[in-house]
Write a protein that binds this ligand. Structure first.
Ligand SMILES: [Zn+2]
Length: 250
């Protein structure tokens, strides 16, 4: 079984919104490809290809809040999968950490996949009040995919290699993924913690449920074994020029 980390473009934001310091920052938008004998699985799937267009209405809404995204054609899910010699139509599962546009956005490129989502997250996406509070836009996830709604921890293939672990707070049903592969033991934290600085600072985004985020992050940290690598949601230090994760860069 192999695990690949891929970057689908960059998210631009004032530093404080991401628990960072400095002025304006750009951070990677990662997603992951897991080649398991029982099916290719993605953990998150990056940005919608339409956001490459500066006229796209969602991108304009981001810009109006001092946010933006940029990406190149080779950054899309389709391009990364082709480079890895994987037909996007062959993707069996997409495990979604949560329903934000920079995690669910690429779903339109993998129409045959079954989505694996926490039931509370999916319900929040269809609850007007929660969807508005947590910025869950149906355009990106409500595309008619097959669904596997899960409640709590879930061993995807029943062999202990790919395990969903709930980590609510960033959104109501956020989850992280533990992957045991030839590359070692990884916890794909996603937005339960944006970057390594937040492990200490606990500087969480305004819209999120901070007590729940604290509990979730503590629980994820407690799962670590001696060789476990935590990969955070949008950490430039893990994906930039001095990437800490050369083994995962495909
Ligand atoms: Zn995110």
């Amino acid at each position: 079984m192999r695990l690949f980390g891929c970057v689908c473009g960059q998210f631009h934001s004032p530093a404080e919104g991401l628990g960072m310091t400095g002025g304006r920052v750009q951070v990677p938008v990662p997603f992951y490809v897991i080649e398991h004998p029982e099916g290719v699985t993605l953990f998150d799937c990056g940005l919608h290809a339409a956001l490459e267009d500066p006229q796209d209405r969602y991108r304009q809404a981001l810009q109006s809040q001092d946010l933006d995204v940029t990406f190149a054609a080779q950054d899309t899910v389709t391009s990364h999968l082709q480079r890895l010699d994987i037909d996007p139509d062959r993707v069996r599962y997409v495990v979604l950490s949560h329903l934000h546009f920079d995690h669910a956005g690429g779903l339109h490129q993998v129409p045959n996949a079954t989505l694996v989502v926490q039931r509370t997250e999916w319900a929040a996406g269809f609850d007007d009040e929660l969807a508005s509070r947590y910025f869950l836009a149906k355009r990106f996830f409500d595309l008619g995919h097959q669904l596997r709604l899960i409640d709590g921890e879930h061993d995807l293939f029943g062999d202990g290699c790919v395990t969903c672990t709930p980590s609510p707070g960033h959104t109501p049903g956020h989850q992280s993924l533990r992957v045991r592969s030839a590359a070692g033991d990884h916890i794909l934290v996603s937005d339960a913690c944006y970057n390594s600085q937040v492990v200490e600072s606990r500087n969480f985004p305004d819209f999120s449920d901070h007590p729940a985020m604290n509990r979730s992050l503590d629980a994820l940290l407690a799962l670590r074994g001696p060789g476990t690598v935590m990969i955070f949601g949008h950490d430039p230090a893990q994906w930039g020029d001095q990437a800490l994760l050369p083994s995962l860069r495909s």
